[in-house]
Design a protein around this ligand. Structure first.
Ligand code: DC
Length: 218
C-alpha cells in the first residue's frame, strides 16, 4: 500500500470529520469521510422509499455510484453533500449502517479508495476493519456534553432549530447503537492512540496528530 495511511475513529460529535479535513488540507493529503458514505446510502434508501429494515432492499447498491470530489460527496453524479446532513438521514443512519451487506459494499469501496496516496480516513471502524495496517491510528473522544455542544453549534449555524437536550439524547442514542451493533461495532483498536479532545481546541488536536504522523514517519 503506497502512501501514508492515517486512520481516525471516534464516536458521534468527537470532531473526526472537521479534524481529518483540516489535517488533509494542511498536509495536501486526501480525506475520506466514511460516515458521509453511510449517510449517502441512507439518503438514497429514503428517496427510493425502500423498507429500511429489510437488508435485501439495499441491493440497489449494486448499481449506484458513490464518489468524492475533494470534500463533496456524490451519488450517481448528484451532489448530496448538504442533503446527507438532514434529520431524516441522521435518525436512520445507525440502522442502515448495521446491515452486513451495506457494510461490506462500503468497506470494499473504502479499501479501494485508500489504496494509493496519502490518506486520512475517518469513521468508526477504520483502524479495526478498513485499514488494520494503517501507519497511525487515532481514536478521538470527548465527553458527551462537549460533543453535543459542538453538534448544537453546527446545527444552529446552519439555521436548524433544536435544543441542547435533544442533541444530547440523539448522541447518546447513536453511541449506544454504534457501539453495540453486531457487525464492526465502534471499538478502540489495540494499537490506537486515544486523544481526549474535551479541553482541546480544533487547532491543538490537528497539530498534535500531525506531530504524531511526523514521529511515525521518521
Ligand atoms: O460520522 P457520522 O456521524 O457522519 O456517521 C454517521 C453514521 O455512520 C454513524 O452513526 C455510524 C455510521 N458509520 C459507521 O458505521 N462506520 C463508519 N466507518 C462511519 C460511520
Amino acid at each position: 500500500m503506497p502512501g501514508y495511511k492515517l486512520a481516525i475513529d471516534g464516536p458521534a460529535g468527537s470532531g473526526k470529520s472537521t479534524i481529518s479535513s483540516l489535517i488533509a488540507k494542511k498536509l495536501g493529503w486526501t480525506h475520506i469521510d466514511t460516515g458521509a458514505m453511510y449517510r449517502a446510502v441512507t439518503l438514497q434508501a429514503i428517496e427510493l422509499g425502500i423498507n429500511l429494515n429489510d437488508e435485501a432492499s439495499y441491493r440497489f447498491l449494486e448499481t449506484s455510484k458513490i464518489h468524492y470530489d475533494f470534500d463533496r460527496i456524490f451519488i450517481n453524479d448528484r451532489d448530496v453533500t448538504e442533503g446527507i446532513r438532514s434529520e431524516g438521514v441522521t435518525n436512520n443512519v445507525s440502522l442502515v449502517s448495521s446491515f452486513p451487506y451495506v457494510r461490506k459494499k462500503l468497506v470494499d469501496l473504502q479499501k479501494m479508495a485508500a489504496e494509493y496516496g496519502n490518506i486520512v480516513m475517518d469513521g468508526r471502524d477504520i483502524g479495526t476493519v478498513v485499514l488494520p495496517h494503517a501507519d497511525l491510528k487515532i481514536f478521538l473522544t470527548a465527553n458527551v456534553e462537549e460533543r453535543a455542544k459542538r453538534r448544537f453549534k453546527e446545527l444552529t449555524k446552519k439555521g436548524k432549530e433544536t435544543h441542547l437536550s435533544k442533541v444530547i439524547e440523539d448522541i447518546l442514542n447513536r453511541d449506544q447503537k454504534d457501539s453495540t451493533r453486531k457487525e464492526s461495532p465502534l471499538r478502540i483498536a489495540d494499537d490506537a492512540i486515544v486523544l481526549d479532545t474535551t479541553y482541546l481546541t480544533i487547532d491543538e488536536v490537528v497539530n498534535k496528530i500531525i506531530e504524531l504522523t511526523d514521529k511515525k514517519e521518521n
